[in-house]
Design a protein around this ligand. Structure first.
Ligand SMILES: NC(=O)C1=CN([C@@H]2O[C@H](COP(=O)(O)OP(=O)(O)OC[C@H]3O[C@@H](n4cnc5c(N)ncnc54)[C@H](OP(=O)(O)O)[C@@H]3O)[C@@H](O)[C@H]2O)C=CC1
Ligand SMILES: O=C(O)C1=N[C@H](C(=O)O)C[C@H](O)C1
Length: 269
C-alpha cells in the first residue's frame, strides 16, 4: 500500500469532478482513495474509471462521505452549496483537509464554513488557477493606483450550464478592486442592470455575466477613465488549471492548523 496522501473527490460525475479524478489518479504525488456522488446517482456502486468510460481504477463510487474519507487526508469538492456546506462538518470529523472550489455560496453558507473551520482545515477559492490569483493581486494594485474617475467594470463569460452569477472569480476580483479602493464591495456593487437604471454612480463596481456554449471561463476587469482604459484579462481554455490548483491546495493543507485558507496562502502570493 502506497503511503502517498489519500484524496477523495466529491461530485465525481461533474465536469470538475471527472477532471479531478483523472488528475489525482494519474498524479505521482497523491492517490485516489474515494469518490463521492449524491445518493440515488446511477454511478453509486460502480468503479469510477469505468463509469467515466475508461479502464477500472479500483475505486467504487459511494454516497457515504465517512466511508469515502476513512483512508483520506483530503477531500476536493467542486459541487454545489447544498453539498459543500454539510460536507465541511464531516471532513472535520474525518480530520481531512476540505478543498472547496464550489461557487454561488451565500453569506450564510460562508458563515457556516467559517464556523466549521474552527475545527477543520478549509482551503476555499472561487478560482484555483495561478493566473486568476495573480490577476486578483494585479486588480488590487491597479484599483489602489487609479482614483474614482476610473469606473471599474467586471465582465465574465462562462459555459451555458453554469448556474451562478456573478462567477466566484468575478466576486474575488470585485473584492480585490474594492479593497484596493478601501471600500466594502457590498456597498458599491452594481449587479445586473436593466431598464432605466440612471447614470452610473462614481465609485461603483459593476458586474456583467455572459453565458453560452462551452466557454471555460473568461474575466475582464475594466478600468474606464476619461480618454483611456486599462483592461486586465484572464482566459481559461482548459479546466485542468483549476484541478491542478485544487490538488496543490489539498497537498499544501495536510498537517496545517484548523482554519480558513485560500489560494493566496497556497501559492504564497
Ligand atoms: N474554484 C474554481 O477554480 C472552480 C470552481 N468551479 C465551481 O465548481 C462547481 C462545480 O462545477 P462543475 O463541475 O462545472 O459542475 P457540474 O454541474 O458539472 O458538477 C457538479 C457536481 O456536483 C454534484 N452536486 C450538485 N448538487 C449536489 C447536491 N445538492 N448534493 C450532492 N451533489 C451535488 C453533481 O451531482 P449531480 O450530477 O447528481 O447533480 C455533480 O457531480 C461550481 O460551483 C463551479 O462554479 C468550477 C470550476 C473552477
Ligand atoms: O462554473 C465554472 O465553470 C467556473 N466557475 C468558477 C467561477 O465561478 O468563477 C471558476 C471558473 O471561472 C469556472
Amino acid at each position: 500500500m502506497s503511503d502517498l496522501p489519500g484524496i477523495v473527490v466529491n461530485g465525481a460525475s461533474g465536469r470538475m469532478g471527472q477532471m479531478l479524478v483523472k488528475l489525482v489518479s494519474e498524479s505521482p504525488a497523491a492517490r485516489l482513495v474515494g469518490v463521492l456522488e449524491r445518493s440515488g446517482h446511477d454511478w453509486v456502486g460502480r468503479d469510477i474509471g469505468e463509469a467515466m468510460g475508461g479502464a477500472a481504477l479500483g475505486v467504487p463510487v459511494t454516497d457515504d462521505p465517512l466511508e469515502a474519507m476513512s483512508k483520506a487526508q483530503a477531500v476536493i469538492d467542486f459541487t454545489a452549496p447544498a453539498a459543500t456546506v454539510p460536507l465541511a462538518a464531516i471532513a472535520a470529523q474525518a480530520r481531512a483537509v476540505h478543498v472547496i472550489g464550489t461557487t454561488g455560496l451565500s453569506g450564510d453558507d460562508i458563515a457556516r464554513l467559517d464556523a466549521a473551520a474552527r475545527h477543520a482545515i478549509i482551503v476555499r477559492a472561487g478560482n484555483m488557477s495561478l493566473g486568476v490569483n495573480l490577476l486578483v493581486q494585479l486588480t488590487r494594485k491597479v484599483a489602489a493606483a487609479l482614483d474614482e474617475v476610473f469606473d471599474i467594470e467586471i465582465v465574465e463569460a462562462h459555459h451555458k450550464h453554469k448556474v451562478d452569477a456573478p462567477s466566484g472569480t468575478a466576486l474575488m476580483l470585485g473584492e480585490a478592486a474594492a479593497e484596493g479602493r478601501g471600500v466594502k464591495l457590498d456597498r458599491v456593487a452594481d449587479r445586473g442592470r436593466d431598464g432605466i437604471t440612471g447614470a452610473r454612480v462614481d465609485g461603483h463596481i459593476g458586474f456583467a455575466a455572459i453565458r453560452g456554449g462551452d466557454i471555460v471561463g473568461e474575466h475582464d476587469v475594466i478600468f474606464a477613465g476619461p480618454g483611456e482604459r486599462v483592461v486586465l484579462r484572464h482566459v481559461a481554455t482548459d479546466r485542468a488549471i483549476f484541478a491542478r490548483g485544487a490538488l496543490k491546495a489539498a497537498l499544501w493543507g495536510i498537517g496545517r492548523k484548523p482554519g480558513s485558507y485560500d489560494m493566496m496562502d497556497v501559492l504564497g502570493l
